[in-house]
Design a protein around this ligand. Sequence first.
Ligand SMILES: Cc1cc2nc3c(=O)[nH]c(=O)nc-3n(C[C@H](O)[C@H](O)[C@H](O)COP(=O)(O)OP(=O)(O)OC[C@H]3O[C@@H](n4cnc5c(N)ncnc54)[C@H](O)[C@@H]3O)c2cc1C
Length: 420
Amino acid sequence: MTPPEMVRALTHAPSERDVHVTNWSGSLSFTAGWRVWPRTEEEVVGLVRRATEHGLGVRPVGSCHSSTPVMATRDVLLSLDNLSGVVDHDAEAGLATVLPGTGIEDLGAQLADAGLAMENLGDVDYQAIAGAIGTGTHGTGESLGNLSSALVGGRLVTAAGEVVPFGHDAGDPPDSDLTRAAQVSLGALGVLTSLTLRVRPAHHLHRRNVMTHIDWVLDHFDELAATYRHVDFYWYPRSDLAQVRVLDEPGRLDGLRVPGRLKRESSGPSYEVIPNHREIEFDEMEYMLPREAGLATFREVRERVKARHRARVAWRVLVRTIAPDRAMLSNAQDRPTMTIALLQNATLDYKAYFEDVEPIFLGHDGRPHWGKKHTRTAEHLSRMYPDWDRFRDIRRRLDPGGVFLNDYLRTLLGEEGRDR
Ligand SMILES: Cc1cc2nc3c(=O)[nH]c(=O)nc-3n(C[C@H](O)[C@H](O)[C@H](O)COP(=O)(O)OP(=O)(O)OC[C@H]3O[C@@H](n4cnc5c(N)ncnc54)[C@H](O)[C@@H]3O)c2cc1C
């Protein structure tokens, strides 16, 4: 079959051949045999069926912001950009039906039009919602779960080309096994074509960023995090200063006193006030730690960075918190969590720095962010996730031929099979 015939056999949807793809930071690139933009769920079904028949692999992709090759493929890269928007909502039930390619910025604006909002958001709003959920993207807040914990149902196209509703969409409870697997799936179960999200009423937030000394932040972090809705801080290794960021409902920051220099103060709709704008690319390693071990781990990281890396590390270390959840592969599963992220400018080498600090995270039972740099594979990860085998059983049942696996996911999940 010639390439054009193959494309026609695969799909009627818009597509390109031999597409070179690079992630946001530039540290990851691959060439997909086909990049396809289905416009309907039906086209996703047809495409997956054809790919399976032709023995091709399929990887769904969002905004390609991950820096592990979770979305990489030599075969078919399935972009969901044409399946975008909030298509339904029920304010009373606190639910919204959202298409997978909806950018998080658009999601915020469209939910706001319906008087609704996500409970929390991450550092930026550039991701697609299904992509962000695919790796367990999180923001900060002791009482706030990651974005995946908002997924209570949806529709999944499996390797056989069947549409499988789950959770709320199947009339199942939100803690059904398939929902808990789909909440952080790495795109390894199939293609999410619709997401039912738990949402809350639209709300405004007041945000204050203050630059102070790291010692003040370490002495006061627990108290701040227990008092305010969203609290995090960036530590700057060269100056030993930290930028502490606090957000809560308007009026709730009136009593907040942080000694230091005010860097930013703003108020507005939550979806506008929470995210930052990032113009300079960076690479990142982030580990999720048991909450109670978090600050001790940070202190060790700080000592290591000051002793060995301060001269070469131009960037900062970010500390946040996440409420526990029940998703099978969530790195906040069943434990209140503190996250520590090392950021390194994309023009500088990150490997030696990240690999030198990673053992500190591992020594405190850290679980890596699925979409950021790490060195872990199945042998280690299977011991970190109580539901590891259950997730693999569900994956094998939905995709026995490994259509949705690539080389990286095979190694990560400890699966055998041919390279794709
Ligand atoms: C500047 C920047 C800031 C960031 N900030 C944060 C942050 O604050 N908090 C945090 O936790 N992470 C953060 N991240 C990491 C980022 O949120 C994750 O890597 C996220 O998964 C990227 O979303 P994406 O849309 O680009 O998805 P992609 O990277 O394209 O894909 C991620 C995964 O989702 C899967 N997927 C995509 N669409 C579908 C679908 N329709 N069905 C099934 N699976 C699908 C893919 O196969 C892949 O496994 C940040 C990354 C960058 C570059």
